[in-house]
Write a protein that binds this ligand. Structure first.
Ligand code: NI
Length: 475
């Protein structure tokens, strides 16, 4: 048995080698090395260094860590990515390149899209692992195959890391096996471009680095401003000042979309119920830092307009569950239209936006009713049957057992037992590695069409919607 080092440990050791290899004037604290700590000693503390290090620390403390370990496909995919709330351009640029690399490597199989997989949250890198010293350094710093017992398997290894930050700019690397992208993000404008845009001459992104004083380097040598574009000059100067990260961004959504991450939509029907019960659910969602989707009845919205306003005010998605909960497949088209319209009006009268989505009561919908309803019908693939057994433990058990990437979970906020289960449901989802999002976020990137039915996203079962099969239609 060979000794196995943790990925993080290997990475930090390699980073230390990279630092030494670049020949930077490091003052290694001998005690640090002798005691065998796996944290490399930093350069001696100078005024410049403290800004550079403070900026890096600031970014590291704001970033969120994501891991994907997909052993189903050849090659075995492992990805470690970071995102920063409020910096969506970086996440979007990263996600597009990652999905392209997965597709090129055959990770889609015979499908048109990636099928997100559950990954144990314990595999997410600690934030300090996203620090890098150079674009070339980060390439060698990704955890090596020696970490895996399946050394002989082809692998697609992906990682993003922070190279430097200052002022309104962040430079990061994205390594896709041997391909390195270096991205420059304007944190104020939330735009992301390739590092090539900073240089007048054509350059190899891998050669770009930042030295301990925060100066841009090419192959280890400082870059003259005359070799930089106007954007390059701005960014180079930015790196010498304190980084200004977006403040107050809504960090309830994951930084990447459900095309890449395993998401689940937690939905609550038939409300609003008693205000104190609904408030408990809102408190639990706030505590878990997630957003829910409510399919409200028009009559209940009219009875409890303040609750509707609170739900909407806290950013949860509000959708239509008809006015009085009839079976739409046994209703005339005129009744369907009026049921949907009356619920819309009650929800709007309470101060919420007009809903864009409909959930037919009992999931009962036929072609004629779907046509009359004139909006996408959102069904579910995980039925907790909470209304029947009213047992919080069974609700949690159902989510633990049945929720998978792309699932829509059906619950009812009018039952105290369901609301009692909510904190444990939210924790179970997170522990499983699923990201809780609203229904609209779950389907982002797949166009929802009126009259069609949606049960889940992805390839979990034959009813799930995906690029090959965007919706279910019944005639
Ligand atoms: Ni219902």
């Amino acid at each position: 048995m060979h000794q196995r080092l943790s990925a993080h440990r290997v990475r930090l050791r390699r980073r230390l080698f990279a630092l030494i290899a670049t020949g930077t004037a490091l003052t290694l604290a001998s005690g640090c090395v002798a005691t065998g700590t796996d944290r490399p000693a930093g350069p001696s503390p100078t005024a410049d260094h403290s800004i550079v290090q403070d900026n890096l620390d600031s970014v590291l403390s704001h970033l969120r860590s994501y891991a994907i370990d997909d052993s189903e496909f050849e090659p075995h995919l492992t990805a470690h990515l970071f995102g920063i709330p409020g910096v969506s351009s970086l996440s979007a640029a990263t996600e597009a390149r990652v999905l392209e690399a997965i597709e090129t490597a055959g990770g889609f199989g015979d499908r048109l899209a990636y099928s997100p997989v559950l990954t144990d949250p314990a595999q997410r890198w600690p934030s300090e692992s996203f620090a890098s010293t150079s674009a070339s350094g980060v390439g060698s710093a990704t955890p090596s195959t020696t970490d895996s017992p399946e050394d002989d398997r082809a692998r697609l290894q992906i990682s993003s890391q922070v190279l430097a930050a200052g002022g309104n700019h962040l430079i990061s690397t994205l390594v896709l096996n041997s391909t390195v992208h270096v991205l420059v993000t304007d944190l104020a404008a939330d735009t992301t471009v390739g590092v090539e845009d900073l240089f007048d001459p054509e350059i190899d992104p891998v050669a770009v680095g930042v030295d301990e004083s925060g100066a841009l380097t090419l192959k280890g040598s400082p870059v003259a401003e005359t070799d930089l574009t106007p954007l390059g000059v701005t960014v180079a100067r930015s790196l010498q000042s304190r980084v200004d990260l977006p403040d107050g961004a809504d960090d309830r959504n994951p930084d990447f979309s459900c095309a890449l991450l395993p998401c689940v939509a937690l939905t609550y029907d038939d409300g609003p119920g008693e205000p104190e019960v609904e408030d408990s659910l809102l408190d639990a969602a706030a505590e878990a830092n997630i957003r829910l989707t409510y399919f409200l009845l028009g009559t209940n919205a009219a009875d409890f307009p303040e609750t509707v306003e609170r739900v909407a005010g806290q950013g949860h998605e509000i959708a239509n569950h008809t006015h009085t909960h009839p079976k739409l497949d046994r209703s005339t088209p005129a009744t369907v239209r009026s049921q949907v319209q009356q619920a819309d009006e009650a929800i709007e009268a309470a101060g919420a936006q007009r809903p864009g989505l409909l959930r037919p009561p009992y999931g009962a919908l036929n072609g004629a009713a779907a046509k009359a309803a004139k909006r996408p019908a959102i069904l579910w693939d995980v039925d907790t049957e909470d209304w029947r057994h009213k047992d919080p433990q069974k609700i949690v058990g159902s989510v633990v057992t049945d929720a998978e990437p792309g699932s829509i979970v059906l619950m009812h906020s009018i039952h105290p037992s369901t609301v009692e289960a909510a904190p444990a449901v939210f924790a179970a989802v997170a522990e499983k590695g699923l990201y809780a999002v609203t229904v609209s976020e779950l389907f982002a990137g797949i166009e929802l069409t009126a009259g069609a039915q949606y049960f889940c996203r992805g390839y979990g079962n034959r009813l799930c919607s995906n690029p090959e099969h965007p919706a279910v239609r019944r005639s």
